[in-house]
Design a binder for this molecule. Sequence first.
Ligand code: ZN
Length: 75
Amino acid sequence: MRLLLVLAVVLFGIWLWRSNREVKAALKEEKPPPAQSPLDMVSCTLCSVHVAVDDAVQGRKGPYCCADHRQRAEP
Ligand SMILES: [Zn+2]
């Protein structure tokens, strides 16, 4: 009878450990992946080519894909 009680406690412990692990796994899955901010794009005022904001050349009339197009559009 005593052995049965020990077995029950051990089984309960295993069940508790497993259910705890499942909760942790579920929490891990719900966590969203690290958000990568989408690159902001702008279109060249002269040729309409899309370039990243960081690579765009700012002119008086708007962003350009390169300095050459800025010079051509804004002489
Ligand atoms: Zn351009």
